[in-house]
Ligand binder design. Sequence first.
Ligand code: ZN
Length: 232
Amino acid sequence: MLQHLKQKQKQLLEMRNDFYTARGTHVFFKDPLENEDIDVERVVAKAESVIPEHLLSEFEMIVIGWFKEFEDRDINAFYKDGVLHISSMQVDEKDMFDDIVHEIAHSVEEMYGYEVYGDQNIRDEFLRKRQILHDKLWALGFKAPIQWFMDTEYDREFEEFLFEKVGKDKLRMICMGLFINAYAPVSLREYFATGFADYYLYQDHGLLAKVCPALAKKMNFLQDVKNLDNRP
Ligand SMILES: [Zn+2]
């Protein structure tokens, strides 16, 4: 009987294509991937090869599927308690790679909160950019109080102001040369995560260094384990 159950479990696992990566990350399919052309093993292997080992140690598992949180917050990935939750709806491998690396960034800021934010350098840079964003939007007729822009935390209403009132396309244009993309101004944490993803998405860090020098410097710092050697 037990043998039978084990066999059944094994069959179910095989059907869902769950797997473990070389470093032991469990990749679990809650729902099948919509785009069958995407090779998830290859995408995860790439992420785990370009990001240094010491920045991968906070998460243990990747769950691919569709989650209620995605609809509630209009997102397609999130990090919680050592698990990367990644949408089963992906355009292509680059899109999925971006989601995975972005959520790894959130695991890194939890593990190395002091190293990431302690010196306030990223925060100061972020707030300077938020100030400029405020002024640009004000000039275009999107008048919102400056205090709103000086809050580094995620604020649903602020996000709606950006993406619904100003709108994605206009925001993208305004953010050019100011933020790495239109999602970066949402909060300090997203500012860090978008920069982190950009750093590992592209080998050339020139644009990141030019647009967000403090963030690029922080990425170079985090990259070297010797800077973080007070941790296990
Ligand atoms: Zn994020």
